[in-house]
Design a protein around this ligand. Structure first.
Ligand SMILES: NC(=O)c1ccc[n+]([C@@H]2O[C@H](COP(=O)([O-])OP(=O)(O)OC[C@H]3O[C@@H](n4cnc5c(N)ncnc54)[C@H](OP(=O)(O)O)[C@@H]3O)[C@@H](O)[C@H]2O)c1
Length: 240
């Protein structure tokens, strides 16, 4: 059994998968969760191929019961939680007059509500890790859109601003218990999520998933005294 354990949402793809690799390399047992089982299975094969211990849970994280099922599976397998990464997210563009309630709800539920519920369900495990080594870590994926807004992606931007506010609150509430909370706020990262823009912004001009993964490796190594509440990743010339 590994000494440390992590739970990563959105781990079948992009940023979540890159972070799962880093956490595995740093000695964590992994619970990985994402929506589509077949895509998640491919990621799990990759991670297990590197010798990591992996629990796989396909789940739709807009559902409270599914979130509880993911945390229960993690608890059962590893019995501890040192790092929680909330990377599952979705962005759906629409002008303000065309916003569909169902799509707004989906973004709010996955990008923000799921993070709140994961914290609630994991609070005891995170507190136990914080009491043990004072260096539990929660990484929440926000976005540069959450810092400066994004026209036609306004619901997404609002959820990400919410993630930043939530993370600030969690630092105020939990930091004294040895739990560090960080919101990552990148500009365009080369993942399936940014396919829609790759005719205008070339993939090679985007931030890489490994840039984000290495940021998490750094966060793991910072001392409990070093709080990094937010990390903004900008491409050259990109403004907030
Ligand atoms: N890429 C960027 O430019 C960028 C910039 C700033 C912030 N971010 C944020 O970074 C995070 C990761 O994005 P990414 O670029 O890595 O995107 P991605 O490659 O599209 O990955 C998204 C992940 O979320 C999962 N997911 C989507 N809907 C889900 C649901 N209802 N239940 C459970 N899992 C679900 C996906 O699984 P399925 O594929 O099975 O649905 C996938 O594993 C997101 O929160 C995103 O907002 C991305």
């Amino acid at each position: 059994m590994p000494d440390r354990a992590a739970l990563v949402t959105g781990a079948s793809s992009g940023i979540g998968l890159a972070i799962a690799h880093v956490l595995g390399e740093e000695g964590h047992g992994l619970t990985v969760a994402a929506r589509r089982p077949e895509k998640l299975a491919g990621a799990v094969e990759e991670l297990r191929g590197k010798g990591f211990e992996v629990e796989e849970v396909a789940a739709n994280l807009t559902s409270e019961e599914e979130i509880q099922r993911v945390v229960a599976a993690h608890r059962e397998r590893f019995g501890r939680l040192d790092v929680l990464v909330n990377s599952a997210g979705v962005g759906i563009g629409a002008g303000v007059a065309d916003i569909q309630t169902k799509r707004a709800d989906m973004q709010l539920d996955l990008n923000l509500r799921a993070i709140i519920l994961f914290y609630r369900e994991c609070a005891d495990l995170l507190r136990a890790a914080g009491a043990e080594h004072r260096n539990a870590l929660v990484v929440n994926l926000a976005s540069i859109a959450g810092k400066g807004g994004a026209g036609w992606l306004s619901v997404y931007a609002a959820t990400k601003a919410g993630v930043i506010g939530w993370t600030q609150s969690m630092n105020k509430e939990l930091n004294g218990e040895g739990i560090k909370n960080v919101a990552l706020a990148p500009g365009f990262v080369d993942t399936p999520m940014t396919e829609f823009i790759k005719e205008q912004v070339k993939a090679e001009d985007m931030i890489t998933t490994s840039d984000v993964g290495e940021a998490v490796r750094y966060l793991l190594k910072t001392s409990p005294a070093c709080v990094v509440p937010e990390m903004v990743f900008q491409r050259p010339g990109e403004t907030i």
